[in-house]
Design a protein around this ligand. Sequence first.
Ligand code: FCB
Length: 451
Amino acid sequence: MGFRSDFVWGAATSSYQIEGSENGSGKGENIWDVFVREPGRIYEGHTGLKACDHYNRFREDVKIMKEIGLKAYRFSIDWTRIIPEGTGAVNEEGIAFYSALVDELLENGIEPYVTLYHWELPYELYKRGGWLNPQIADWFGEYAKVVAERFSDRVKYFFTINEPQCFIGLGFLRADHAPGIKAPYRDTFEMAHNVLRAHGKAVQMLRQYGKQPLVIGYAPTASMCYPESEKPEDIEAARQVFFSMQEDDSNWTWNVAWWSDPVLLGKYPEEGLCRYEKYLPKITDEDMKLISEPIDIYGQNMYNGRCIRMGKEGKPEDVRRKEGSPRTANDWPVTPECIYWGPKFLYERYKKPIYITENGTSCHDVVSLDGKVHDPARIDFLARYLKQLEKVSDEADIRGYFQWSLMDNFEWTRGYGERFGLVYVDYESQKRILKDSAYWYRDVIQAQTIM
Ligand code: FCB
């Protein structure tokens, strides 16, 4: 038992975080290109202009993937590289870049998994209302059609949208991600609804224009909930909190059910419909049909979770972590249990094959005097999480795992201040160094188990 024999061992990245936005002509501007220019937005004024220069170095990067033994690579397409204004004219140079990347992967025996949207909204569409404009479902559909036409002869696996919770919550409620505007709550619900409609439209277009039967998924995030003990009441408490909507209005996007129930169950959760009634846009049956267009796989980004138990009055409650409990370099709690309970609860509810589309940790990595990068904290983190994933593989249909990230990269508002990679990047020289964790992951992939 444990991992399936055809388990997909991968690593993930996203376009803005690695490509280098100054590279390649014909690319249009997206909201991150514009946002990073504002003083004070990003740690030490960093930008993605150069990033990992992956646009020019992708062949070297694929070679590294091969050295690690990756079976699959999850990357995203920057919408504005291939359709600079979001709709209309196609930029052949952008198409040629992703096409060459796909070919290089396939030649090296690495399966491409393409994400359509990892937060780079074309600036021209932003000016037309962006997610607030209901037409965005068609714009996104048009983009998905181009992707299907140009790449689906070779790419079989697609994820539509990455972490809607983040780009609506951080972009428009907290407003510290692009475009960095605080929107009225009413608008954020409308945007969320349009995000889901756009997802549905993309699924339709990928199926319609796909050149082979495609495997299509979605990649939301969530803070997982796990029970304090194996007592049935604690498990039930964790399950309840996991699928509930408990955050206050200013933080409402942080939940699972609002983003996944419509896609997989065809309806918004009752709790949210009541609680947020005053903010909701018009929701039609036609919308719900579009949103719940059948998908094949469920992607879940998973970094940490909350410990829950059933309280004395039969009400679930959070369990405080012990003082001194482990945290990552960017101060996220280390909670391996979340990757056992999260997929278990998700599989129970949605009954779809699951891929962990992101999981990993930021560490204070340095190049040591011996010229190597020793990152025992990352190895320990990944080993703990993967052991839990191996355990849940006996109980749920877990198809694959994408470590975040293949290489150190531009971590949004934290700039280059966080290192999440299996591969160390020296941003000045663009030299790559495989960290100890990359070799460790290579051995795990070979052994198909955690030693
Ligand atoms: C996720 C994002 C990804 C990266 C990791 C650390 O929320 O999808 O781009 O920032 O976190």
